[in-house]
Design a protein around this ligand. Structure first.
Ligand code: 0O2
Ligand code: 0O2
Length: 270
């Protein structure tokens, strides 16, 4: 053990975690305002405990004087997303930032770990402004879904409790649980796709309906009273039947009538 002042050693990491938490929480609220949907559900962060740092250094054969480069997750940020698709978006936002540099990425979603662990990791270089000047520190950003987080949190606490002695049977069950969490994520993504599709269709249908009514109204301005009454009758039937293909055909029909009328005559009042 060297005689380093561990309290001050951790200071830049504490500052990094605090700053990055603020930055990603701000990104969350900004995206929420801009797009009404944010790919970030919530953000947490922690500085690794000294005992864990030293344990990891021993396990990875990192010398005491090389801790800053040898242990990449002394500062750790976790970003939770609702859907798997959100993870790629968040990673892209991070890659485009000018206040940090992505060193490398580990895709434990495509290549999940033996334990069943799934997450997307980014190791970054972050310049932190300390009282003694700028210091570049390494930090790890883990991006995962709520389901991945649920699994990892419980698995981590069990592993911590049982250390190396986690029974094989338990390991297998945890792996099965990780599969179940992954299926849950896929199912939620497909439900979301369907909801988005349904919203799009609803929007299109609602637009077509509004446009037909406006177009029928315009027929009156071109003295096409009989046509307007006839089209209104057809509209009522189609509306009752909720036949949106027929609604689009009616829209084409009314538009055709209008364009012919425009060629021939002036509307009332013009
Ligand atoms: P809110 O709106 O109050 O929930 P601090 O350490 O106190 O400076 P922070 O962010 O409070 O900073 O601590 P930490 O531990 O890094 O992050 C915890 C944040 O994650 C808190 O939000 C928790 O509410 C949030 N969180 C933890 N688990 C969940 C969860 O399962 N679902 C959701 N939606 N949020 C969770 P905030 O930032 O305090 O904000
Ligand atoms: P903490 O603070 O307790 O979470 P390593 O794999 O540990 O030899 P490396 O390359 O740093 O070394 O590891 P990795 O796997 O790229 O990322 C390390 C972090 O990912 C871990 O930090 C965990 O947070 C998370 N992680 C990786 N594998 C698992 C797993 O099987 N289960 C769970 N729950 N989390 C995992 P630490 O070091 O454990 O620290």
């Amino acid at each position: 053990m060297d005689d380093r002042d561990w309290g001050t050693f951790l200071l830049p990491y504490e500052q990094t975690v605090e700053e990055l938490k603020v930055k990603f929480k701000t990104m969350r609220s900004e995206l929420k305002k801009r797009e009404e949907y944010t790919p970030i559900e919530f953000v947490t962060g922690r500085v690794k405990r000294l005992s864990s740092i030293l344990e990891k250094a021993q396990r990875l054969n990192v010398k005491m004087e090389d801790l800053e480069t040898g242990i990449e997750d002394i500062a750790g940020i976790r970003i939770m997303c609702q859907f798997v698709e959100d993870i790629r978006r968040v990673a892209e936002f991070i890659r485009n930032r000018k206040d940090l540099e992505v060193l490398y990425e580990k895709d434990y979603i495509t290549n999940y770990k033996e334990s069943g662990y799934r997450s997307f990791h980014m190791i970054i270089k972050y310049p932190v402004q300390t009282a003694l000047g700028q210091k570049i520190v390494l930090a790890e950003i883990q991006i995962r879904t709520l389901a991945m987080n649920f699994w990892a949190t419980i698995e981590h606490s069990l592993n911590y409790k049982y250390r190396e002695s986690l029974p094989d049977e338990m390991r297998i069950r945890l792996k099965t649980a990780a599969e179940a969490a992954s299926i849950l994520d896929s199912e939620m993504s497909s439900i979301r796709e369907e909801i988005l599709e349904a919203q799009k269709t609803f929007e299109e249908n609602s637009n077509a309906t509004t446009q037909v009514l406006k177009a029928i109204h315009q027929l009156y301005f071109y003295h096409l009273v009989n046509e307007a009454i006839e089209c209104q009758g057809r509209f009522n039937e189609i509306w009752q039947a909720q036949d949106m293909d027929a609604m689009k055909d009616l829209l084409d029909h009314v538009r055709k009538l209008l364009s012919e009328a425009k060629k021939g005559s002036q509307p009332y009042g013009l």
